[in-house]
Design a protein around this ligand. Structure first.
Ligand code: PGA
Length: 250
């Protein structure tokens, strides 16, 4: 049994005060949710969110992490700093990190390893661009990203990793993968994990991300190999996101 995970990635939105206002409205609405709910606010809101989420039944995550534990790395944030704010999860390899900031597969792997070593559960984001999909390279791209991120982990580490399949062309564009495309890619990912990482495949959660909204959440989350959603824009409104969480449970 894989527990459904619905995550909100706020990207570069929300001050600490706005985060607090969101939580005051959102938390009562998801209190009895059977799905696991995770929020990924910006770094500057983590401490405030972590205090408010204590005992709230909603998990906290960070949008990125650096792999060094401390030192002269201006602008970087370490796993232990995130854990100290109350983070349980961290995104690694989000498409905006890969495509806007140039995070390559080797860096993503170092971040993922550091997250695990630092007590954070990583959400490894993978996905192809539209040119790669049109060029018939979707599985090659997924394979490269999965291989770099997942090879050689212990079963204990594998059990802590979540995968988010986020086709780059569907992120923030309003264009969602069809249920067939989302199922095909998620099943392909699970099969790859089955072949290369063994039993972890059965318990591995594969999320779909890319323009998930209230009106498409139900059909995407009903797919056999989709175990949750990573939601950007539609996670910014507390009532709207709570409704999406409720749809995920149905
Ligand atoms: P979107 O973003 O829902 O706004 O498309 C998803 C994501 O980037 O995780």
């Amino acid at each position: 049994m894989r527990r459904c995970l619905v995550a909100g990635n706020w990207k570069m939105h929300s001050t600490p005060a706005e985060t607090e206002s969101f939580l005051v409205r959102f938390l009562p609405l998801v209190r009895s949710s059977s799905a696991e709910v995770v929020l990924f606010p910006p770094f500057t809101s983590l401490d405030r969110a972590g205090r408010l989420l204590r005992e709230a039944g909603v998990e906290l995550g960070a949008q990125d992490v650096y792999f060094e534990p401390q030192g002269a790395f201006t602008g970087a944030v370490s796993p232990s700093m995130l854990a100290a704010c109350g983070c349980h999860y961290v995104l690694v390899g989000h498409s905006e990190r890969r495509h806007v900031f140039g995070d390559g597969d080797a860096l993503v792997r170092r971040k993922l390893d550091a997250a695990i070593a630092g007590g954070l559960d990583p959400v490894l984001c993978v996905g192809e661009t539209i040119a790669e999909r049109r060029g018939g390279q979707t599985s090659l791209v997924l394979e490269t990203q999965l291989d770099a991120g997942l090879r050689g982990h212990s079963p204990e580490a594998m059990a802590r990793i979540v995968i988010a399949y986020e086709p780059v062309w569907a992120i923030g564009t309003g264009e969602t993968a069809t249920p067939e495309q989302a199922q095909e890619a998620s099943a392909w990912i699970r099969e790859w994990v089955r072949c290369h990482c063994g039993r972890a495949a059965e318990t591995l959660r594969v999320l779909y991300g890319g323009s998930v909204k209230l009106d498409n959440a139900r059909s995407l989350l009903a797919l056999p190999d989709v175990d949750g959603a990573l939601v950007g824009g539609a996670s910014l409104d507390p009532e709207g996101f709570a409704a999406l969480v409720a749809a995920a449970e149905a």
